[in-house]
Design a protein around this ligand. Structure first.
Ligand SMILES: Cc1ncc(COP(=O)(O)O)c(C=O)c1O
Length: 428
């Protein structure tokens, strides 16, 4: 992003909003209040805002339940038996997949475990897993316990990649070199797509190619990438991935996750999995017979019948994504985050209070900027919050700010900058 395009003025921010073809989506979301005022909400990386349409989507299913009860499963328009199909087109668009490669189900940590059952198959020779150091705790616990489940020692299996000394993010060349170094002993690369702490978007395509070149598989936790970065999971040959829907996908606290399983595993009944009746051949499901026959594609990893109410909320948001388009969202996002970066540099300059640790290149980040706080610590964060800025704090000293293209404006970013300017007078 050419930073000279930006100006530190309210009129410039307003002009950018006036030119923004996605600006009208903002009015479709509820904003929280802080100290009685509409918040500057930069926390979509943690919990996305509620689309106003959610109530209608939910009410429709509540009415179906009230009016049809058990008949709602098979009768009437939108019978619940097939409800999983509804979200597939939008999800496939968001993560760059074929429709049969994705399905919405369970929660993210649960799905990570289920996918590991199928795709982490250690042998005596090939057993190592590469992960970024400081991965999200759920991923760390998942890996630790999966490895122990196979009777192995996490210390011997896990290869944790740290940035070079003095750097905050990993270089792709170092990730690739590490994959090549472990070669025949490497079973799996299991990383975040976008790192929750640093905001770094990894080069998924290069990582997958490197993993495959040594005969390993590559799977990703896309919690911070889905609905944020443009993804091409099918084209990049990603083996498997999972994400949550409550961050950038605005589907409500703890709502349903999604999985991606590449087409080449679509008809692999031989792959081990922990099965349930909802992954069993749909046409035969109600014969209630012995012998699990997985459905084609990602559907074959389902266990339980779909959570219809959760999916209704999810659909409200997915329909907005389908309308806005991921490429358009990303184009705005680069400008919005670029503007935030520009203003932070303009204001904090050489003060030494803040350091942006997220990569500078838009190709290596999503909308989030992670600010390393050198003075003032959490007090800086609390001060901003009192002024109406909702970001989030991650120990030991990072503030994450995520202006999202669906509901944030350039004026939000400008207003935050004025608050930042004031607070630096106190803490610098
Ligand atoms: C990167 C990452 N992975 C996993 C999780 C855990 O998600 P869940 O509680 O939905 O399983 C989170 C939650 O914020 C996350 O950010």
């Amino acid at each position: 992003m050419n930073q000279s395009l930006f100006q530190f003025s309210e009129s410039f921010a307003r002009e950018m909003d006036a030119k923004d073809s996605l600006a009208h989506f903002r009015s479709r979301f509820y904003f929280p209040k802080v100290n009685g005022k509409k918040a500057i909400y930069f926390c979509g990386n943690s919990l996305g805002l509620q689309p106003k349409s959610v109530k209608d989507y939910l009410e429709k299913e509540l009415n179906n339940w009230a009016d049809r009860a058990v008949d709602g499963h098979f009768h009437g328009e939108d019978a619940w038996y097939h409800v999983r199909k509804k979200s597939k087109p939008a999800l496939a668009h968001i993560v760059g997949a074929q429709e049969h490669e994705v399905v919405a189900m369970n929660n993210l940590s649960v799905n990570l475990h289920l996918l590991m059952v199928s795709f982490y198959r250690p042998t005596k020779e090939r057993y190592k897993i590469i992960v970024e150091a400081g991965a999200f705790p759920s991923d760390q616990y998942m890996l630790e316990t999966q490895i122990k489940f196979h009777g192995l020692d996490p210390k011997e299996v896990l290869v944790e990649l740290s940035p070079r000394t003095g750097e905050f993010t990993l270089r792709t060349e170092d990730i690739v070199a590490e994959i090549e170094k472990h070669g025949d002993s490497l079973a799996l690369v299991n990383m975040a797509g976008l790192q929750y702490y640093s905001g770094q978007l990894f080069d998924i395509k290069a990582i997958v190619a490197a993993a495959h070149s040594v005969g390993a598989l590559a799977g990703f936790d896309l919690a911070h990438a889905a609905g944020n970065a443009v993804l091409k999971l099918h084209e990049w040959n990603v083996d498997f991935a999972t994400w949550c829907s409550y961050k950038y996908l605005n589907s409500g606290p703890g709502n349903v996750s999604g999985i991606f399983v590449h087409e080449r595993f679509a008809e692999r009944p031989d792959l081990p999995r922990f099965a349930g009746w909802w992954g069993h051949d749909e046409g035969e499901r109600f014969k209630m017979e012995k012998g699990f026959v997985p459905m084609y594609g990602a559907d074959g990893w389902q266990l339980a019948n779909s959570n219809v109410l959760a999916l209704a909320v999810h659909q409200a948001s997915l329909d907005i994504f389908a309308e806005a388009g991921m490429e358009n969202l990303r184009a705005k996002s680069e400008k919005l985050t670029g503007y935030l970066e520009f203003l932070i540099h303009e204001i904090s300059g050489e003060s030494g209070v803040l350091e942006i640790i997220t990569p500078k290149s838009p190709a290596e980040r999503g909308c989030q900027l992670s600010l390393f706080i050198h003075c003032g610590g959490k007090e800086v964060f609390d001060e901003w919050y009192n002024q109406g800025v909702v970001g989030d704090w991650r120990n030991p000293n990072v503030i994450r700010l995520a202006p999202t293209p669906l509901y944030n404006s350039f004026l939000d970013v400008f207003r935050f900058a004025k608050i930042l300017e004031q607070s630096l007078k106190k803490f610098a």
